[in-house]
Ligand binder design. Structure first.
Ligand SMILES: [Zn+2]
Ligand SMILES: [Zn+2]
Length: 324
């Protein structure tokens, strides 16, 4: 009797072990094409200059809801220096300035000192937009941005929709309309007004926190737009930032400037989970590739934030440091 039960248990364990999971095939211990289940759309909301302090201290009911029902990393490390161009580039390029060569805000496609370690025909380092477009040419991809400089960082032939607006409200309105009209596989929106408030009024000021609350209300409208588009159940939403700030600026190497919050919410994401794995700003592109089942180029150094997703654990070699 005992032997029979053990045998049945062994067979059922064996069957379980060989069942396909995560949209890929489980083969022994090796997962092939592993990816989180149920994600057909990824919407990235990038807020320039949004610090973890801003989220924690400002009135942010929508972000709070994303954190409570999603997975969060409060201290994602940016690349240095903690300025905009190199960080927005790293977010979409899965690599740092050493690889993509975008080292400061003076960078232009035809004006820079360090060439990318590998480049596409247009001279740019591969981005999540270009690798997704190459892997899935029919995938709808769009970017709407409040800071024109973001538009110079990615391959124009990789996106179906590419718009720049001068206010946060017009940026949000257009992006929401785009989501409803086209239901993009990858939609990316950039807001600049929180960074403006940081420079004008100072990080930690009342007006800075008000700008964060404004960003939160736009995020609420985007979440509602995703729902209206009928794709909420299969959409992964990611909130990210390029840097924080201190006083009336950023660029330096302090935690206030060089740490941002990463929030994952929606399809495939664990609920109320605090990510332990160390996360770097260039892991954003790798995580989008992972979520959409696209292989990242070897030139990237980012790693997907797998433990934020159902069915995936923290890395086996996770090391959180030692107490002195
Ligand atoms: Zn910035
Ligand atoms: Zn700035």
């Amino acid at each position: 009797m005992l032997a029979k039960v053990s045998c049945a248990l062994a067979v059922s364990l064996l069957l379980t072990a060989f069942q396909p999971r995560f949209g890929g095939t489980r083969f022994g211990e090796k997962l092939i094409d592993e990816r989180p289940a149920g994600i057909e759309h990824v919407i990235v909301i990038g807020v320039d200059g949004l610090s973890p302090d801003g989220i924690k201290k400002a009135e942010t009911p929508n972000i709070d809801r994303m954190v409570a029902n999603g997975a969060v990393k409060w201290n994602v490390r940016t690349v240095l220096t903690s300025a905009s161009s190199q960080n927005w580039a790293s977010m979409i390029m899965g690599a740092g300035p050493e690889q993509h060569g975008i080292i400061n805000n003076d960078w232009e496609l035809d004006k820079h000192t360090l060439p990318p370690i590998a480049q596409e025909a247009d001279g740019r380092f591969p981005t999540i937009f270009s690798i997704l477009h190459k892997a899935k040419p029919s995938a709808e991809i769009g970017a709407v941005y409040h800071w024109g400089g973001f538009g110079r960082l990615f391959q124009k032939n990789a996106v179906n929709y590419d718009k720049h607006f001068s206010t946060e409200d017009s940026t949000a309105t257009d992006f929401i309309q785009y989501i409803k009209n086209k239901k993009p596989v990858l939609g990316f929106v950039h807001f600049d007004h929180v960074d403006h408030a940081g420079h004008h009024d100072g990080h930690g000021s009342v007006l800075y926190y008000q700008s964060v609350t404004k960003a939160d209300s736009l995020i609420g409208k985007i979440l509602a737009g995703i729902k209206d588009a009928g794709i909420a159940e299969k959409t992964l939403v990611i909130l990210w930032a390029d840097h924080g700030g201190i006083g009336k600026g950023h660029g330096g190497a302090t935690p206030q400037e060089a740490e941002i919050a990463g929030v994952f919410y929606g399809a495939g994401v664990k609920k109320g989970y605090a990510i332990q794995q160390q996360v770097y700003t260039y892991d954003l592109a790798s995580t989008i590739a992972f979520a959409l089942g696209v292989e990242q180029p070897y030139a990237w150094i980012g790693r997907p934030v797998k433990p934020g997703f159902n069915g995936f654990n923290e890395p086996k070699n996770l090391w959180l440091g030692e107490k002195p």
